[in-house]
Structure formats: C-alpha cells, structure tokens
Design a protein around this ligand. Sequence first.
Ligand SMILES: Cc1ncc(COP(=O)(O)O)c(C=O)c1O
Length: 439
Amino acid sequence: MINRRNFLVSSALAGVAGRATGQTLPGKPTSRVRPSAEYFGPQFYGEEERNQLMDVMESRSPFRWYGPGNRQPAKVATFEKEFAQAMKSSYCLAVTSGTAALQTAMAALEVGLGDEVILPAWTWHSCYSAIVLAGALPVFAEIDESFNIDPDDIESKITPQTKVIMAVHLQGNPADMDRILALARKHNLKVLEDCAQSVGGSYNGKPLGSMGDIAIYSLQLNKTITAGEGGAVVTNDPVLFERGGRFHDVGSFRAPHESLVGKAQLQSFVGCNFRMSEFTGGVLLAQTRKLAEIVRRTRAAAAQIYQGLADLPGIHFRRRPDAAGEIGVGVFVRFKSKDQRDRYVAALRRDGVAAGPPSGSVVLPIQDYIEKKRTVHPAWPSFTSERGRSIRYGAACCPRTIEILDRFGGVAVGPKFTEEDTAEIVRVVRKVYPTILST
Ligand SMILES: Cc1ncc(COP(=O)(O)O)c(C=O)c1O
C-alpha cells in the first residue's frame, strides 16, 4: 500500500504516475521533504467537491441513469460533457477506472482473437491485461529516453496481425505523436492513447488524447485529478463511442448517450458494468474545472527547475517530444551508470529532496506472470495460436528499456511548490550533481 510517506520516499516521483515499483534506494528522508509533492488532486479539494457530494446526498440519487423523483441525475453526464470539451474531443464516456477504460477501448476498437497490439515495455500492468483480456496478443516495443514507446522500435514489431499501437504518455511526458500517427497511417493501424499518467498534458498544442482514434484516462488517486478511482474514454468517432458505451453498460446504449450521436448504429452485445456513480461524477466534475490550474502550476514549478539546471556542464535531461506540453511531474537527468544514478538519488534524499528512479510503471516483460504467460485459464486464446505460443517475453525483449531506466534519476515536482521550494531543489541538485558525475 502506498501512503504519503511511501510516496515521498520509496516512490518519490510518483506525483501523477505513482505506484510503488518495488525499487528501493538508500538514503533517509529528512524533515525538508516537501509535503506539497503529495497527491495532486486532493490538494485542491474544497467547497466545490463538497458541494457536489452534498448535492448527490441531498437528492438521494447516486445512480447515473435514474433515481427518486423526476429529475434526471446529471453529475456524470456533466462531467462527461466538460471533460470532452477539456480534451477537445467529441465524446467522453465515464467509467470506473483507467483499467476499465482500457478494456472498454479494446472493445470499442474490436480487438480480439488473432489481433496483436503493440505497447511499450515500460508502462502499467493494465495496458498488458486489457490486451490479454480481449483475447489478443501483446507485443512489446522498447522505450527511448523520453521513457515513452520508441517509434523507431514500433515498425519492426508490426506484423499482418497488428491492429493497434498503444501510445502511452508516461509520467506527464507526451509520446512522439507525429511519428506514431504517421506509422499508424502507413500501416493502417489504430492508435489508442493512454493518458492515465498525463491527464491535462498536451502535444503541439493539442490535448493528449485528442489525436489518436480513441484515448483513455485514469482518475485514480495518483493522477492529475481524482475521485480516488475513476476513468474516462474519449473519442471523436460515434461508432467507437457507441461500442464502448455498450461494452461499459452490459450491452445498453441509453437514450442520453444515443442523443449525442443522433441514432444508434449497433446492436446489443456482451458487456461489463463499468458505470460511474454520481458521487464520483460530482467530484470529478469539480476536479475537471481545476485541471488547467493544476497543470499550469506544475509546469511553472518544473520550468523553474529546468531553467535553474540548464547550464550545469554535461546535464542531460529526459527527452521531451514537446517540452511545452509536458506536465512536469518530475525532472529527470541521465547518468553513466545505475550506480551513479543511485548515489545521486541517495544524496538528494539525504538533503531532503524527494527524488527517485523513474517510477509509476513497471518493466512488464520481466514480470513473472507475463514471462510465464499466466492467465485465468491455461487455454487462454492469446497464447494458444502458433504465434502466441512462440512469442517470448522476458528481459531479452527489452534490454534498452532496462538500461535507460537504470540510468535516469529525478526530482518530484508538485503543483503547490513555491519558488522557495524549486530554488531549494535547484540548489541541492547543483551541489550534488557535479560531485556524482566526477566519481
Ligand atoms: C499508463 C497507465 N494506464 C492505465 C492505468 C490504469 O488506471 P487505474 O489505476 O485507474 O485502473 C494506469 C494506472 O496507474 C497507468 O499508469
């Protein structure tokens, strides 16, 4: 379980992305570890969220589709409308988690038996599980120094069975969308943008999630805005919206959603129940209205740190495909070796700065259950075909990913960092970095 202490210490860069990664580093925190590196959304909880919750309580109407009296519940519907606007997309479907959103997106794209989906070797478990639970085959590509999927590695992983490229925008940093979209066009593939760790980020001025065929967001505690749990699927395609909508609601496409697309195009089919409650919808509506401000503040704090370090001899930051679009949840620098990186992180922590290796994701191909292709049933369709039997996971399929992650370390950034906070981080990094580089 992750609590505030773990967050700042074991997984110090977890800001938006954070989950304990199992990596531990030496170095004890001191009292100067900044509380404002805490979970982003809850730092902004206030009257707005309280009022939304009280509305739902007082109306005694916590279900999104109907309730007591004649009034149509509107919290989730309004959240969907405003979130779609914020993401400059036509349709938004609220769901219970980012994981549910990924499964819904897979269904919307009709991913199934025999299909292959390319995903980065460094991302969250749900990206892999959504593909396997759809009966399709996950194919890993390496990351590059942006920590996102390397477009150069995608092309070699494309086969006639490839249907989707999963472009995951990790730790607030946009993936190389121009190159990914060009590859998708060339090979006639769909693009699913996973914006779970980068809600509110942008690429060339476009909101993350507005460029691919379909996008997902997580609104779980560690993300930019949150109701503890929650997720969203966004698309401009009315048929994808309908198929996703039906999948998330046991096959139904209800009148309020149908009215958004004009007329339903599909028939009912097997689905899940990933419907969002009005309580969650209310909190997320209030949080959506604060999203731009949370991102603005985080970017400003990160910019001060980048600027304060830019002239350090030899400094090499994580690659940013669009620096202006990055949220800035962490500022990462590269070292020659894992040993140097570990000593850097330990030294920063000794000086009270929340620091860590890249976190919030896992190197998926080396997870035991993935390497062994363990599923609910031994005859799971993903791995029974000749291709599914022959594909090999494990460290050999992502050596570059492991090497890159071992050599980067960073400091956490939060939306309530003051200029004093960022100046202190810059001061400590400027003191520590040259001594580490020279040893
Ligand atoms: C990249 C990515 N995708 C999907 C998810 C799943 O989101 P959730 O935890 O809301 O199910 C996460 C969660 O951390 C994530 O980091």
